[in-house]
Design a protein around this ligand. Structure first.
Ligand code: BDP
Length: 673
């Protein structure tokens, strides 16, 4: 039991094989049938029928299928030619496949099969994984081995694992994958790599998954022999058009390009004085005739606003609202800095009504303990999706799913945590983050605890003695990470480069906004980044109703306090504690929660298979040690700055500050190179 099967675990038939039949014949319909044969427990006496809603015998039933769209499904008991069957249907074969997976999920999480009535259509159109996979096989911010894509053996050898990857994604509704890192190499757009990508696209197609490529903006120079990549130069536009035509000849359903431009040293239109819209629209014109799109990232980390890095994306993109072509999506990270354990929602959500904004979450836990720490991200995702933008009743979810402005093009991207480790994600509980991303991309209104429960049931079986503690652990886990790494709205206090472990003291890096001290601004008097009117006034980037709340420390949620305010160490929290006391208590609470999670897991030893149990147990012991390390190192540093004693009864850090500063991890994984 090595975790390879993820949440898709073949059920042993309990009452002999179930009768499954199919009307119609496409590769995807055949997959729907095969999945049911393989994974549906034969608990029902009702035969199952897989068929398109347009099949004459199904359409005669006049079922309500119109609003299922292109990807929705309906599963329901019907009578067909006088015989009762459980019908799995949809308007397209992809819809039918999603229906098959929904039925398997329903059964594996303890639902009755015979009486199942399931109906759903995705609220978000593009549900996409972003692989930060390099062509040399390494994965930027990857903590689960090397890239799945064996570029060397492609296109000839199609590893069966590509099929298993596609199947897992299809089972949770993911319908797109960007194969290569946003820090892209131009080589990925050369003929040999297009052929390799085409082989992957062939494998993924019957599973309803399209491939996309990250495009390096300067590719016309690097592989096209042009002198410039200026988007306003007709020769550049022509090069991209020809390149798009070439890609579509090999991959007729190619999804389009993802672009990171003018950020962290990447080339882009700003190099030529052109705007992000100029760059995006030029690429969009190249893919437009083929039905492709451009996902243009708003993560611009340049030295344009050294006063407050959090303001950069809004400053750059808000004025471009309405200027993007209709097949461009602007892809915005959930928060304005960078995938921290907690960030307030990004102020661009709600601020660009005329532009479809795509959500970008990070599934790989770059800042949340990487491979080993248990941090279930469902609550991080839903906290952002549920946030109110301050424009009427609008939420971030309603911006992303298009409801707010009636956008047709909608999308959610997740930076993948998948590698070639046997269990795909480097640890069983990391699988839950891939799973939760897919489920929330399908329906951003789902509940994080409900997702945790269905994942746990499929992954470990439905025994409540396992499921209840597992869900409990998951639901506490992310807050624990926030507590022991950076409570009360602290952010970007990690070590340099690999981002593994604490580094709140780091102050010597070249640009001011590379340094943790820039973010926490702690001194003898106080701590926190003043983003109110007396500071950078980043709060003004939010709609007035939200800006007003964030402008005042008393109305700012305490979980985001130091993100928006610089406050004295003796500032009184709502609990009556001083800020310093409240901080210390949270660090301790984080460590204590991990200890509790460990105990809960210990209690499951006899109920979970040994291989997965032991790996998680070892990971939890690492997490407990490292939670302590984060707490101790942080407290030692804060004390060196504020000179305050620890509250009575609180344990002193195990080592002195110099010891924590001296730790180094030159070979930590995932580091960009
Ligand atoms: C940061 C990562 C860096 C990525 C960058 C991005 O540290 O490796 O290249 O985001 O999103 O979180 O482009």
């Amino acid at each position: 039991e090595d975790g390879y099967r993820l949440w898709l675990r073949t059920q042993a038939p309990v009452e002999g094989p179930i009768a499954i039949s199919r009307l119609g014949d496409t590769p995807t319909l055949r997959l729907a049938e095969a999945e049911l044969r393989r994974d549906l427990p034969a608990a029902a006496n009702l035969p199952v029928l897989v068929a398109l809603a347009s099949d004459p015998s199904v359409s005669a039933l006049r079922l309500p299928v119109a609003d299922l769209g292109n990807e929705g499904y309906l599963v329901r008991p019907v009578s067909l030619g006088g015989r009762p069957v459980l019908l799995v249907t949809g308007n397209t074969d992809r819809g039918v496949l999603y229906g098959a997976f929904a039925l398997i999920r329903h059964a594996a999480s303890g639902g009755q099969i015979g009486s199942a009535t399931l109906r759903s259509a995705p609220k978000v159109k593009l549900r996409v994984l972003n692989h930060w996979d390099n062509l040399d096989g390494t994965v930027e911010r990857g903590y689960s081995g090397e890239s799945l894509w064996d570029w060397w053996k492609l296109p000839d050898y199609r590893d069966p694992r590509y099929t298993d990857y596609a199947r897992a994604n299809a089972s949770i509704g993911i319908n797109g994958t960007v194969l290569n890192n946003v820090n892209a190499k131009a080589d990925s757009l050369t003929a040999p790599y297009i052929a390799k990508a085409a082989a992957l696209a062939d494998v993924f197609r019957p599973w309803g998954i399209r491939v996309y490529l990250s495009a390096r903006f300067s590719a016309p120079i690097e592989i096209g022999g042009l002198k410039t990549a200026d988007p306003r130069d007709p020769a550049v536009a022509a090069w991209w058009k020809a390149k798009a035509d070439e890609i579509y000849r090999a991959i007729p359903d190619f999804g389009g390009f993802l672009v990171k431009a003018n950020s962290e040293g990447q080339p882009g239109p700003r190099d030529y004085g052109a705007s992000h819209a100029d760059g995006a629209n030029m690429l969009a014109a190249a893919v437009k005739p083929h039905g492709g799109i451009v996902m243009w990232r708003a993560f611009v980390y340049a030295d344009t606003d050294p006063e407050d890095r959090a303001k950069q994306a809004y400053t750059e993109f808000k004025p471009l609202d309405g200027k993007f072509a209709d097949n461009v999506m602007v892809q915005v990270k959930n928060g304005a800095i960078d995938f921290q354990p907690r960030e307030p929602f990004h102020p661009l959500f709600g601020a660009m009504p005329r532009t479809p904004l795509m959500m970008e979450f990070q599934i790989t836990k770059e800042y949340l303990g990487q491979a080993t720490h248990l941090a279930y991200l469902g609550p991080l995702f839903t906290e952002v999706l549920e946030a109110k933008t301050g424009r009427g009743r609008e939420t971030v979810a309603s911006v992303v799913d298009g409801e707010s402005e009636r956008h047709q093009l909608t999308g959610m991207a997740g930076v993948a945590n998948i590698g070639d480790d046997r269990d795909w994600t480097g640890g069983t509980f990391n699988q839950a983050n891939w799973y939760a991303f897919g489920r929330l991309a399908w329906d951003p209104s789902l509940d994080a605890a409900a997702i945790a429960r269905e994942w746990a049931q499929q992954t470990f079986g439905t025994d409540p003695r396992v499921v209840d503690p597992v869900v409990d652990m998951m639901m506490r886990s992310r807050e624990a990470v926030v507590d022991y790494t950076g409570p009360l709205g602290l952010a970007h206090v990690m070590a340099t480069g690999h981002h593994y472990g604490p580094g709140p003291w780091v102050s010597e890096l070249q640009r001011p906004e590379w340094n943790p001290v820039y973010y926490h601004r702690a001194d003898r008097q106080g701590i926190g980044f003043d983003r109110s009117r007396t500071g950078s006034n980043a709060v003004a980037q939010y709609a007035p109703a939200v800006a007003k709340l964030y402008a005042n420390p008393r109305t700012t949620p305490e979980s985001e306090l130091l993100w928006f305010h610089h406050l004295p160490w003796d500032y009184r929290l709502k609990s009556g504690e001083t800020l310093w006391e409240g901080m210390v208590r949270r660090y301790d609470r984080g460590v204590a929660t991990v200890a509790t999670m460990r105990r809960e897991w210990d209690g499951l030893r006899a109920l979970v298979d040994a291989e997965r149990w032991e790996k998680t147990a070892a990971f939890l012991s690492i997490q407990e040690r490292e939670a302590r390390w984060w707490r101790d190192a942080s407290l030692a540093y804060w004390q060196s700055v504020n000179g305050l004693p620890l509250p009575a009864g609180v344990a002193a850090p195990e080592h002195d500050l110099a010891w924590y500063k001296a730790q180094s991890f030159p070979h930590a994984p995932g580091n960009p190179h």
